[in-house]
Design a protein around this ligand. Sequence first.
Ligand SMILES: Cc1cc2nc3c(=O)[nH]c(=O)nc-3n(C[C@H](O)[C@H](O)[C@H](O)COP(=O)(O)OP(=O)(O)OC[C@H]3O[C@@H](n4cnc5c(N)ncnc54)[C@H](O)[C@@H]3O)c2cc1C
Length: 287
Amino acid sequence: MARIGDLLRAGPTYSFEFFPPKTDDAQLTLGRTIAELEPLNPSFVSVTYGAGGSTRARTRDVVTWVRRETEVTPMAHLTCQGHTRAEITEILAHYRDANVENIMALGGDAPNDPAEVAPSDYAFASELVADIDLHEYFSIGVAAHPEGHPRSPDMATDRRRLADKLRRADFAITQFFFDVDHYVRLVDELQALGVDKPVLPGIMPVTNKGQIQRMAQMSGTALPTWLIDRLAATDDPHEVRKIGVHVATELCEALLLAGAPGLHFYTLNRSTATREIYANLKLAAAH
Ligand SMILES: Cc1cc2nc3c(=O)[nH]c(=O)nc-3n(C[C@H](O)[C@H](O)[C@H](O)COP(=O)(O)OP(=O)(O)OC[C@H]3O[C@@H](n4cnc5c(N)ncnc54)[C@H](O)[C@@H]3O)c2cc1C
């Protein structure tokens, strides 16, 4: 069974997200990380999709490699940004031939370098979901933004568009966040709109202060005052990581208690923080 929609129906899923390596060294690190995480028996792993250029081919290569060479179920991310319909059809045909059944359908963001901006036949993720769905083969995931997407005019509009997108998709994975209330509110508001598809919370363990501040700003995630205060107490990278793992463990416990259908970890291609949270939650034994 390798369709994520089916896996979610069968019980909680625990999954890891990677980004495609840019260099041979990074490729080695990713290979090591996947090997270190495989014993945790992830329900699936997902591989992100770059804004343009060569990393896009690497996503396809890593996903196809995981499908062929490991026992782990992969999911390929795909974006509207910079793709024609013909290109999407070709990519989906490749995945179908490779028995990759799971696609994360995303809007994507324009590349920073204007020279890299390519024409797009799709404006919004919902259009990509509709095209992927026509194949009647893939299990489709979409992005959810618990604190609202930065380009949404208000929360009610954000939720309405997410609900429309999810009616056709099988599940959502959220942007990272630090307060369980953001997740509970998202799920409640989707239910009020008549949508009860599984929403997997995305967990980002803080391992580096500067990095989390940049990522939070880009994604529209608020760093809560209690977290800023806790991180302000130290400049020792080991201590920061320890706080990050502790905070993520508490968040995961609260999410599972609140009924989350699983946990999706943003690994940033490193295994240590995720393995520590797994150990704290005693997931390796239970799973
Ligand atoms: C779990 C997860 C994984 C991700 N992986 C990647 C990745 O691999 N590669 C990558 O480049 N990015 C990735 N992203 C980031 C994502 O691409 C960006 O957040 C992007 O800006 C929005 O993507 P989306 O799929 O939510 O887009 P959309 O659903 O298209 O929404 C984007 C904005 O458009 C608005 N909108 C939607 N429909 C309409 C409409 N009909 N009319 C007007 N406005 C509309 C929405 O309200 C929202 O503000 C990921 C995000 C998450 C949460």
